[in-house]
Design a protein around this ligand. Sequence first.
Ligand SMILES: *Cc1c(COP(=O)(O)O)cnc(C)c1O
Length: 425
Amino acid sequence: MQYPHDFHRVRGALYCERVPVARIASEVGTPVYIYSHKTLVEHLAKLQQAFRALAPLICFSVKANGNLAILKLLVKHGAGLDIVSGGELYKALQAGCPSSKIVFASVGKRPEEIRESLRVGIFCFNVESEPELESIHAIARAMGKVARVALRVNPDVEAHTHRHITTGIRGTKFGIDPKTALAIFRRHSALSGVRIIGIHLHIGSQITEASPFVQAIKRGANVIRAGRRMGAPIDWINLGGGLGIIYKDEAPQTPKQFAAAVLPLLQSLHARLILEPGRFIVGNAGILVTEVLYVKKAHGTRFAVVDAGMNDLIRPALYGAYHEVIPVGVPRPSRNGHGRYDVVGPICESADVFARDRQLGAVGSGELLAILGAGAYGSTMASNYNGRLRPVEVLVRGARWAVIRRRETRQDLIRYDVIPKAILS
Ligand SMILES: *Cc1c(COP(=O)(O)O)cnc(C)c1O
């Protein structure tokens, strides 16, 4: 991974900023997620700088990484938060995010979630259907409020990414088609509980080029112009998230290049900008460190069996995602050139594979491996499958480090189970 981050080797051993990764692992155990404070802040700053001309509201996507310490540090550096549930609203407020910097997207917002959001006064709902708009209107009316909303328009553009993370094309469940958006604008003044202040375009994730965004903005611009002609006060355009990062050999646009491609379009619309980056900020700011339990060979394939599993990091199993895997210690050449391994977890699923046929050099039981680019959609998607405790998380800043999420305990595994005496006696 060449894209700037703060995991690097010092005399051969892997460090996060100025802390040896092996030291953290020996103190808190494995598997452990380790994040770099510097990388997180720098990625946010790069976006802020690239789009400075528009003074955008940059709302970090909580679903990419919802750790409270990470949310807090991004909020402290000026980020707002993009939420997709009442649970994330709670986290955003706990992290100290001003409600005026919270935007709420989700195809299925429940009435209670809408009520709560109105109560605390979030900045905007990204609305995904006409019935949802009517529901927000009715709830806001009953509360004597007016809800700011942006219509999430599905512009029907191909984002050239994995089919599970493309969201802006017809046939996906996301957003409102442009025709319906126009129909809504036509009757917007009858919906007194809502004020349509913008449109929202989130076309997918891990998008490495500007052209799908440009195409989406062009289609969005038509909707905005039509809406304005019908009197809707559309001041905002929300481009969503989706900026790609380097997992393997991608060459994603930099924030500067992205801004250069889209700024002129946005400026000609005289619209204020919201961005909802998740992966771009946290993706390569985090690694998952795991210990090799066993090395084995079966039918000619060498396996490194590690103590992390798909319950800790599901991206390879869910999306076929590529993650670089490297030794934490000083890499050693393998004797006789047999250094290629499948890196697999302990879970009873054939999909529990982190990497196939990777050159790791000599690895042995007890050694540590780092799975890179694990900061986004890693810990947030972790589960207790196979009775496993979700990993501990650590934040490094310079030469200091601290646990930001404790490892779960065995009691956590049964905390919410109930033995009903009436049935089991
Ligand atoms: C997931 C999501 C994001 C973040 O996407 P990234 O690809 O991680 O930047 C932003 N906005 C919405 C609406 C999302 O669902």
